[in-house]
Design a protein around this ligand. Structure first.
Ligand code: PEP
Ligand code: MG
Length: 857
């Protein structure tokens, strides 16, 4: 067994050369997370079709690995910057060495997936209500945020039912052949599932598992287990799973430990193939809302769970880069990993708090009340922003500003429109072409485009033609490796070479155009010559389709992405050929700043706040409008909420953002004050550095002036138990009504003031107050309690009417003090106090306070 011998012998000297004729290739591992399962499966896939014997050596550890075995390569523990050697020997070793050299230079560096940084438990502090309280909880690391409640369900370990023998000979059964056949069927099943995979993520996961399924290390270990321990196929598979997993876990490298999951998944599937689903004993069926607790969980196990009951995941030993975590993130299932000290689980109802990083299993009244308030806060906020989904998003100046969604797969379309997207601003079609052995046919493409156009029900759908090349190779196109792929043959520059491919896509798009409001968008356009050529191809294909009697929309709008400075300065000429434009800031910034968008060592220069870049955007938007062209933005900048005021002020017609942020961006856009946005933009454009722009954005308040007090800020006759709950309720209400996005920061600011002096007044009144830029709109709020609560530790009068004053730190201190002083004076008067204590109509109470305190601003 390859893995065991390499890991336990721990030899540091590599025996070169293994073959006299062999060729060697030296490289340094470019992958931040080293060669773990995903990159290893990419290498395996590449070497699978080469004829040479290929061995990978890790100079740091002295280990070597068969480059056709994912497990072997993973066990070689190649880490970032490790010096490595590849030995190639065989009849075609010269050709294979060249191929490998190109692969290592061009494809290996982009073979891993970046994973969002986790929120660590150390950053978390319990909120006031839960502080200094006895309740059973466990800290973990949040990898998918959210709040979930359900019964704890412990996920089991791999095993087979007692009816399946683990030892002994079974007459007439060749156990070795049985396993071999099973593995072949399994690899074929993965091939089949890959053909139907919808997303790049699913494809990558399936490929990684297929690589494990066809890894020679598995049958080799199975044979050894049978020979040494007299196992049947079932026994040997379980033993193999345990053995390889233990070896991987024993390395102490979390990335390798996670790979044990892929091995488990493959062994599990193999057992199912050989003995049927019912013979396997791991899976507890979910029958009610559940939080699944597992030491580890395979992606296959996650995919096999009933997701209508799966509310949260607690993975005691999974790392943040495991495939399972990546899948959970894409399904939006709140997940904690590295939960410490959880021990044996009983099936109790628990709460997974993916904001604080807590698993709560012990409850008392206070904890229950805290989470009841948390649910209520989320529900009320979601209800308010969901209500905005049907309203047109019109800026204060009366100009329509559309918030559209960006899609990677057709399947996301429905969710985008449910979230209030005004259209699809960018549908990246690369996914349809990736993870397959050949390009999709015209009909296959037509199906995909039709799904989105139909779901849009007349709303605009901008579909971008294939943006391949650069950092996105397609194996079956056999593109030549380039020194500078980002400056080479990518996107439109490839269409001339792959004309049939481009024409096929155009035909599929034109056919789908008669189903709704489809627009075609061309990536990486730089010159009018390119524009002219593209238009000619489209016209020709339209002509051919009509000659064939196939319906298309008579006039499908065609647009260009503005992703290069060349295009940004050619708007006048491009306007002759294109009906609309959309700014691809991801590329535009990289070409403007001469900074590779994926290179961490120059990331400090890849800064959207560079004033020069902002000036470029403004100039090109103006130019597009001067030539009567609609212009949107579909790069990542569009979805970053801090830039929204600037983009609105620049006069963009649309932003296209990830589906999940459509509601929040709509909410923020509808609250933007255009005058304030324009003033902010003018200041930003005049800045000399990105830092200056960042400080401006942080301090700016561009929300539409809202009244300091509105009826929604008058909450009458609620039941709360104490001052802590009252302060939380006030801050939650600020959050629900878009007056803060950081309710806990406002709460802390209030408590700081309370710790200096009590804000209680005679007659059962209190005026908690703070100055904090966590507040986005100066607010006065009234909360009247059913039962008074004590406000100070002494025996002073309990408080029944609470008046919150939450002001922005950067606003004049006088505003705060003026209102406070007036209030304090009024509270001396019996009639004033009497009115606040008895009026039952929030509108009247609101009017009364506005008038009495002169709250006109
Ligand atoms: C862009 O460059 O901003 C863009 C949207 O295209 P991609 O990120 O797909 O290159
Ligand atoms: Mg781009």
């Amino acid at each position: 067994m390859v893995i065991s011998s390499r890991l336990v012998t721990d030899t540091l000297s590599i025996q070169f050369p293994l073959s006299v004729m062999a060729l060697f290739l030296h490289f340094t591992c470019p992958l931040k997370n080293g060669i773990h399962a995903r990159p290893a499966s990419v290498i395996e896939e590449f070497t699978h079709n080469l004829t040479s014997t290929i061995t990978l050596y890790n100079n740091r550890t002295g280990t070597q690995a068969n480059a056709r075995s994912v497990l072997d390569m993973v066990a070689a523990d190649v880490r970032f910057a490790d010096a490595c050697v590849i030995e190639v020997s065989g009849a075609d070793e010269v050709g294979d060495k060249d191929r490998l050299q190109q692969f290592i230079g061009n494809e290996l560096p982009s073979s891993d997936e970046s994973v969002a940084a986790p929120i660590t438990a150390q950053d978390q502090v319990l909120p006031r209500m839960l502080r200094n309280l006895e309740f059973t909880h466990f800290w973990g690391t949040v990898v998918v945020p959210g709040l979930a409640r359900g019964k704890l369900v412990q996920w089991g370990v791999l095993g087979v039912s007692p009816t399946i023998p683990l030892h002994g000979e079974r007459p007439g059964i060749d156990e070795v052949a049985l396993v071999q056949t099973g593995l072949e069927r399994l690899a074929a099943e993965y091939d089949d599932r890959l053909k139907h995979s919808h997303t790049a993520l699913e494809t990558a996961l399936l490929k990684a598992q297929r690589a494990v399924a066809r890894d020679p290390a598995i049958p080799s270990r199975v044979r050894q287990e049978m020979k040494t321990h007299g196992y049947t196929a079932a026994g040997a598979i379980c033993a193999t799973e345990q053995f390889i997993s233990q070896q991987l876990l024993a390395t102490g490298n979390p990335l390798l430990a996670e790979r044990a999951l892929d091995v488990r998944d493959v062994c599990l599937s193999l057992l199912k193939i050989l003995y049927g689903e019912s013979a396997i004993t791991t899976a507890a069926a979910l029958t009610e809302d559940s939080l699944v607790v597992a030491e580890t969980l395979t992606p296959g196990q996650l995919l096999g769970m009933d997701r209508s009951y799966l509310k949260g995941l607690i993975l005691t030993h999974a790392g943040t880069t495991s495939h399972t975590v990546i899948l959970a993130r894409s399904f939006g299932i709140p997940t904690l990993v590295q939960v410490k000290g959880i021990g044996a689980i009983s099936p109790v109802t628990a709460i997974l708090d993916g904001e604080l990083g807590l698993l709560v299993t012990g409850f008392n009244d206070t904890v229950n009340r805290y989470y009841a308030m948390e649910w209520s806060r989320r529900e009320q906020y979601n209800a308010r922003i969901a209500g905005l989904a049907t309203k047109p998003c019109t800026s204060a100046g009366g100009r329509v500003f559309e918030i559209a969604a960006t899609l990677g797969t057709a399947a996301e379309g429905t969710a985008a429109f449910d979230g209030g997207a005004a259209g699809i601003g960018l549908f990246r079609t690369e996914m349809i072409f990736m993870g397959r052995a050949a390009a999709p046919t015209e009909d296959e493409q037509y199906e995909e485009y039709s799904k989105v156009v139909t779901a849009a029900q007349g709303k605009p759908v901008i579909i971008r033609t294939l943006d391949i090349g650069g950092d996105k190779p397609l194996e079956y196109l056999q593109l030549l490796a380039e020194e500078n792929p980002f400056l080479g043959c990518r996107a439109i520059r490839l269409y001339g070479k792959l004309e049939m491919l481009f024409r096929t896509q155009i035909r599929a798009l034109l056919r789908a155009s008669c189903l709704g409001n489809l627009k075609i968008m061309i990536p990486m356009v730089c010159t009018t010559a390119e524009a002219q050529w593209v238009r000619q191809i489209i016209t020709e294909e339209q002509g051919k389709l009509s000659a064939e009697g196939i319906a298309t929309h008579p006039c499908v709008p065609v647009g260009a992405m503005i992703e290069t400075p060349a295009a940004a300065f050619a708007i006048k000429g491009l306007s002759k050929y294109f009906d609309f434009f959309s700014i691809g800031t991801n590329d535009l910034l990289q070409y403007f700043m001469a900074t590779d968008r994926a290179n961490a060592s120059v990331a400090h220069l890849y800064n959207l706040s560079e004033p020069g870049f902002l000036r470029l955007l403004q100039q090109l938007i103006n130019e597009a409008h001067k030539h009567q062209r609609w212009i949107g933005m579909c790069g990542e900048m569009a979805g970053q909420i801090q830039y929204l005021p600037l983009l609105m002020a620049m006069g963009l017609d649309e932003v296209s953002v990830p589906c999940s942020v459509v509601p929040q961006i709509r909410d923020r856009a509808s609250a933007c004050d255009m005058q304030a946005c324009e003033a902010l933009l003018a200041s930003a454009l005049a800045c000399d550095s990105a830092n200056e722009v960042c400080s401006l954005l942080q301090a700016a308040n561009t929300q539409l002036p809202q009244p300091i007090l509105a009826p929604a800020q008058v909450i009458l006759d609620v039941s709360l138990s104490n001052k802590t709950e009252v302060l939380k309720q006030l801050c939650d209400t600020l959050f629900i009504h878009g007056r803060t996005v950081q309710p806990r920061a406002v709460e802390e600011a209030l408590w700081q003031r309370e710790s200096t002096y009590s804000t209680a007044f005679a007659g059962g009144f209190a005026i908690p107050h703070c100055k904090s830029d966590a507040v986005t709109t100066n607010t006065l709020m009234v909360l009247r309690l059913k039962e008074p609560v004590s406000w100070t530790s002494d025996a002073s009068e309990p408080v029944r009417v609470v008046i919150l004053l939450a002001m922005r730190e950067s606003d004049s201190a006088h505003a705060h003090m003026k209102v406070f002083a007036k209030l304090a004076r009024k509270l001396m008067h019996d009639e004033f106090r009497e009115y606040l204590t008895t009026e039952s109509n929030p509108n009247l109470l609101c009017d009364f306070l506005r008038e009495t305190l002169d709250l006109t601003a």
